[in-house]
Structures are given as C-alpha cells and as structure tokens.
Design a protein around this ligand. Structure first.
Ligand SMILES: [Zn+2]
Ligand SMILES: [Zn+2]
Ligand SMILES: [Zn+2]
Length: 148
C-alpha cells in the first residue's frame, strides 16, 4: 500500500489523517517485518518522534479495522504488518519464525454458498488465516534435507 493510496483511503473514508497516524504508517511501510506497538514506539522515538503508546495502539486498531494492516497474534505477542495488497486477500503465517505472506487469491464462493444454505445467513465478509512453516523453517525442521 503506497503513500498516495494510503492518503486517498483516509480521504475517501472521511477520516482525519493525523500526523501520528501518518508517521506510524511510514514506519510500517519502511520495513517488511511485522512490528509490535512497542517496537514502533521505540523506532519513532529514535527519530525524535514521540508518540504515546496509547495513540499507537489506537491507530493500529483503526488501520486493522480498515484492512490496511494485518494483526499477527502469537501467544502473548501482537505484531502488525502493513498490507501490500489493497484488495481483499488472505495471509499465511509461519508458525516458527512469524513470517507473513499475502495470498492474492480468494476462492471460497462455494463455501459461502454452503454457509448460506446451512444457516440462511447472507454472507457479507469473511476472515481466514493459514498457518504453516515457511520454506526456510521447513528445511531446518526436516532431518531428511540435511547432508548425509
Ligand atoms: Zn495483507
Ligand atoms: Zn519461517
Ligand atoms: Zn477471502
């Protein structure tokens, strides 16, 4: 999600793009690794930008509700990653290292139909995460791939 899109997204939703919100977006867009609110706080502080943790939490909550960031919960740790794709998508998370990859396809229309058939609900939205082992972690964990 680039800067232009981020700005127009806020404008379209008639939300105020405050300075802290923009700085948090910038920090997230500078890195490919998921960041915790504390890490964001520290790295902003290093750049002489003092933004309160509460304000960071609130902004991240907002970004998440808008589908701009993906929230990764692993035990007691919570991290956020800026979404590259601006459209509806899903994620796969590595159980070992926490790496996240976006899946730019979604093919659950049959599933939605089944949900409607069995519950009578009209499906409006859905969330679905995949979990697994990334290539690097998989090769570390499988003894067969070692030299022998
Ligand atoms: Zn995403
Ligand atoms: Zn991994
Ligand atoms: Zn989907």
């Amino acid at each position: 999600m680039n800067k232009g899109f981020f700005k127009s997204f806020f404008k379209d939703k008639k939300l105020r793009l405050s300075h802290p919100r923009f700085l948090i977006y910038q920090e997230l867009s500078n890195t490919n690794v998921p960041l915790s609110p504390q890490e964001l706080y520290q790295s902003l502080l290093k750049k002489q930008k003092k933004i309160g943790l509460t304000s960071i939490y609130r902004s991240l909550d907002l970004f998440e509700s808008l589908g701009m960031v993906f929230k990764i919960i692993n035990g007691s740790s919570v991290k956020y990653k800026l979404c590259e794709s601006e459209d509806h998508h899903h994620h796969i998370i590595c159980k070992a290292c926490g790496d996240v990859v976006e899946l730019n396809f979604c093919d659950i229309s049959n599933w939605s139909k089944k949900v409607t058939e069995s519950t009578g609900y009209q499906v409006i939205d859905h969330q679905l995460n995949f979990y697994g082992l990334c290539k690097a972690c998989k090769s570390l964990q499988s003894p067969q791939s070692g030299v022998r």
